[in-house]
Design a protein around this ligand. Structure first.
Ligand code: HEC
Length: 150
């Protein structure tokens, strides 16, 4: 009699336990998804407009930022051959090959990558090192490497 009662109690708890487990697993995935998949991408990433037109002033700031923070990997001429690039996989992007022939990514996406980095690669995020404006200016600057799209 007591056995039956215990079993019934247990049975009735099984769905509750299963539901609790699902909740815990889902919560764990949500909590760690930044580590697993990188930061969530905002929906409008490609639509975000660069607030700065590529004026001489903007390009001058972008160039300064680039030489301070990017050329060690991406190379002085944007060829992906900076001193830190050796042995890196994947290689830092060659901005000439990559950005030519109309294949340049939208500014909003470049800005997002420069801000958050690219998980699983050597590309670091510069959210804390550079201001929003500096990141938009460097977007303008790296686009000048492309032989087309100038
Ligand atoms: C420590 C090395 C390193 C530094 C420093 C670095 N990058 Fe990168 N970057 C990489 C690597 C490696 C990749 C390649 C990722 C890939 O192939 O998916 C990359 C990719 C990129 C991309 C993506 C290009 C594309 O179209 O896929 C952009 C844009 C970029 N970097 C811009 C910058 C800028 C701007 C800076 C400086 C503010 C910078 N990077 C600093 C290593 C670096």
């Amino acid at each position: 009699m007591r056995d039956r009662l215990a079993r019934r109690l247990l049975d009735s708890k099984t769905p509750v336990a299963a539901a609790a487990l699902v909740v815990v697993v889902v919560a764990a995935v949500i909590a760690t998804r930044g580590l697993l998949f990188g930061p969530a991408q905002p929906e409008d990433i490609d639509a975000r407009r660069n607030p700065f037109p590529p004026t001489a002033d903007s390009l001058a700031i972008g160039e300064r930022v680039y030489h301070a923070d990017c050329q060690t990997c991406h190379g002085a001429d944007g060829r992906g051959d900076g001193p830190q690039a050796a042995g890196m996989f994947p290689r830092p992007v060659d901005f000439w090959a990559h950005f030519g022939s109309g294949h340049t990514h939208p500014d909003g996406r470049l800005f997002f990558w420069i801000t958050e980095g690219m998980p699983g690669t050597g590309m670091p995020g510069f959210r804390d090192e550079l201001t929003d404006a500096e990141r938009w200016h460097v977007v303008n600057y790296i686009k000048t490497f492309a032989p087309v799209d100038r």
